[in-house]
Write a protein that binds this ligand. Structure first.
Ligand code: UFG
Length: 339
């Protein structure tokens, strides 16, 4: 049985990937500092899988902790989710982002390289900035980052490329996520925003649950059919499965290049107003929302060309927007019970 180290394994995408790995027959070791999540999600992983994964609570900036994890476990592959991820916060606290996201990555890479352990890196479609052409392929040029957070993803990828150039036996895959939403069908795990949510779906869920008054739709004067921004929303369970495929690809020696990049989206773009309408329809609810000014830094529209991931990785998203928004609402209802 192969063992995968999942950093940030108690987080949103990390918890869903932990479940997918266990269900695919992997042993996992989780490390998480719990800075942006709660142990409830670890309990959720246990409830869904019936397994109790080995868990280290700690910070990957701590070199000694990282060395200890690799000394105490026979790690075959790494999936690195643990990172700070709020775009706005990264603008006001850039050094927190550079310290956290880079030191963790470098500490992990030192261990990974020394034992040639393959690594999957959580990247983002944010690296494409405002693309000149849609849909976005993996060859679409990377644009200058619009925030320190985005820069940590771009430079993170570059750090990996440079590391591979100097260590030909080391392999990595970067997965560039579009907009992950939704939750596991059990409602035992899902997104757990601490504080005021920045992202559309977590905010919308809190409005639907009566915890916030009104959803602000940021701008309806974009050059799109209904004037609101378009994104490629992808079910977090689909995303989780892509990580399992990426790990297997490297462990089975199927990588075509030592460093590969895949876009993870559905290929389908939806506007903010479309998403609200689907949410209302599938859940039988009316949502209180209003149109307000544009949010600074928002990209008008972006969605993925998924051909490369479909053909080369052999992975395709299965879920559609109604599934995503039904599961998200079920999770929110469960969350309100958890308190
Ligand atoms: N939106 C609203 N109201 C809200 C929140 C969001 O109208 O309260 C709109 C945004 O303007 C945007 C869309 O909903 O048009 C999606 O916004 P999110 O904040 O959910 O997601 P983003 O596309 O802005 O950001 C996501 C990830 C980032 C990543 C970025 C890359 O959260 O980590 O994609 O483009 F960097």
């Amino acid at each position: 049985m192969k063992t995968v180290l999942v950093t940030g394994g108690v987080g949103y995408i990390g918890s869903h990937t932990s479940v997918a790995l266990i269900e695919s027959g992997y042993d996992i070791v989780i490390v998480d500092d719990l800075s942006n999540t709660r142990l409830d999600l670890l309990e959720g992983i246990k409830k869904i899988t019936g397994k109790d994964p080995k868990f280290y609570e700690g910070d990957l900036k701590d070199e000694k902790l990282v060395a200890k994890i690799f000394n105490e476990n026979q790690i075959d592959a790494i999936i690195h989710f643990a990172a700070s991820k709020a775009v706005g916060e990264s603008v006001t606290e850039p050094l927190k982002y550079y310290k956290n996201n880079f030191l963790s990555l470098v500490n992990l890479l030192e261990q990974a390289v020394s034992a040639s352990i393959p690594l999957v890196f959580s990247s983002s479609c944010t690296v494409y900035g405002t693309p000149d052409l849609l849909p976005v392929t993996e060859q679409t040029p990377v644009k200058p980052a619009q925030s320190p957070y985005g820069n940590t993803k771009q430079v993170g990828e570059e750090i990996i490329v440079d590391t591979i150039a100097a260590n030909p036996n080391f392999k990595a895959i970067s997965l560039r996520y579009f907009n992950p939403i939704g939750a596991h069908e059990s409602s035992h795990i899902g997104e757990l925003p601490l504080g005021v949510p920045n992202n559309l779906v977590p905010y919308l869920l809190q409005v639907a649950a009566g915890e916030r008054e009104c959803l602000s739709v940021f701008g309806d004067d974009y050059n799109t059919p209904d004037g609101t921004c378009i994104r490629d929303y992808i079910h977090v369970v689909d995303l989780a499965e892509a990580h399992v495929v990426a790990v297997k690809r490297m462990l089975d020696g199927l990588s075509k290049e030592p460093y590969e990049v895949f876009n993870l989206g559905t290929g389908q773009g939806n506007s903010v107003l479309e998403l609200i309408k689907v949410f209302e329809e599938v859940n039988g609810l009316k949502l209180n929302y209003k149109i307000v000014d544009r949010r600074a830094g928002d990209v008008e529209q972006i969605y993925a060309d998924t051909t490369f991931a479909n053909e080369e990785l052999g992975w395709k998203s299965r879920f559609e927007l109604p599934d995503m928004l039904r599961s998200a609402w079920n999770w929110q209802k469960n969350l309100s019970k958890l308190g």
